[in-house]
Design a protein. Structure first.
Length: 372
């Protein structure tokens, strides 16, 4: 990559990662992560998997296990973790993973040289019944997917009905993030990706649920709070959903600003088992837009979520995904979790495993051993 572009990226990263500028030897963890991502991008694209170290299709909570490693012999370079439920003070996430374990695995992956990304699907602050009335319920009442009311974002902003409650929720999130430190006190760098898929309307922060101004105010409120708490290890990622109308103009509509975002991406799944051609066309088109946007704005680009549910086409890794992503200078792609009811990663028990090995062996796909 041209030096000028690299310098631009670093300049924006400094702005996006914290308000203070830092000299070479006192870069924040977020700034260092941005530089690392940018360097690694010259080599290829990293593979990521959500909830990788907790469970697979035939096991759960076995130390050092991973479906990805069990298939190809290496851990994913990027691991994704979900914090939904932390805002309630729950012991387990909405995906039933104990938060103490999440903290431990984040630190362990960082210590083995890997990269961490965190998502957060907080419950609906307006419809959640405090004291647990509808806690633990997955869909949709009281959850992030509860879109029964269009004033939820407004309600948590300054002057809103749930503003105070949301301060408590943000504090609990902040307290958890503060635990992400190695034993010698080093903060773990994290790609933090809140308020995602906001150009769709299935979360309470979605497009038809709030105005662009309200969305940005929500983003800013959370970012300002976590920054004020000293969390300068967060690289903020903005990721709407893949869509035929995701032009650069559309991408900008709710974009929080170059000074507030370090990584740009989008989430894009192939939902129809026979939808290969349409998926490839759309993915290619959106990645072309995204990578140009990233270059113009001095950001790192990533396919922040993707997958084919239950790998209904076992050749998907090499026949569908790889040919498109290898054309674009993205930092990483991340496939969603291997839950019993829906899985997006490989598993030794499934026919896509042999194709995943080929995907892993391709020199442009990067796994943990490729980035250490
Ligand atoms: C969704 C599904 C849900 C899960 C949520 C948050 O895509 O996997 O089962 O609770 O993500 O991780």
């Amino acid at each position: 990559m041209k030096k000028l572009v690299f310098m631009t990226i670093i300049a924006f990263a400094v702005a996006a990662c914290s308000t203070a500028k830092h000299s070479e030897n006192e870069k924040t963890k977020a700034e260092q992560l941005m530089e690392r991502l940018d360097t690694l991008r010259q080599k290829g694209y990293m593979f990521g998997h959500q909830d990788d170290p907790f469970y697979g299709l035939t096991w759960e909570y076995q130390k050092d296990s991973s479906d990805v490693k069990n298939v190809c012999g290496d851990y994913p370079a990027v691991m994704g973790f979900e914090l939904g439920g932390i805002e309630m003070g729950d012991e387990k996430s909405l995906d039933s993973v104990p938060f103490t374990r999440i903290s431990e695995e984040i630190i362990a992956h960082h210590q083995r040289g890997g990269i961490i990304t965190i998502s957060w699907h907080p419950r609906n602050p307006l419809t959640t019944i405090e004291g647990g009335g509808n806690a633990g319920q997955q869909y949709p009442e009281g959850t992030a997917w509860d879109i029964s009311d269009t004033t939820v974002v407004k309600s948590v902003l300054e002057g809103g009905l749930k503003h105070e409650l949301f301060q408590t929720w943000m504090q609990r999130l902040s307290d958890f993030l503060a635990t992400l430190k190695t034993p010698d006190g080093e903060k773990v760098p994290v790609i933090f990706r809140p308020w995602h898929e906001n150009t769709g309307s299935w979360f309470w922060w979605g497009e038809r649920l709030c105005t662009a101004e309200e969305y940005k105010a929500l983003w800013n409120m959370l970012q300002d709070k976590l920054t004020a708490d000293g969390l300068d290890n967060l690289l903020w990622a903005y990721s709407p959903g893949m869509a035929p109308d995701l032009t650069a103009e559309k991408y900008m509509e709710r974009y929080p600003g170059d000074d507030r975002v370090g990584l740009v991406g989008f989430d894009g799944y192939q939902w129809a088992p026979d939808g290969k051609a349409d998926f490839q066309r759309l993915l290619d088109m959106n990645l072309t837009m995204l990578c140009k946007f990233a270059e113009d704005h001095g950001k790192v680009a990533a396919l922040t979520e993707c997958g084919l549910k239950n790998l209904s086409d076992p050749t998907w890794w090499t026949s569908t995904l790889q040919p498109v992503v290898e054309k674009h200078p993205i930092s990483y792609l991340l496939v969603w979790r291997n839950a019993p009811h829906e899985w997006f990663g490989p598993s030794p028990a499934k026919p896509d495993a042999q194709y995943f090995v080929d995907f892993h062996n391709n020199e442009k796909s990067l796994f943990l051993n490729d980035i250490k």
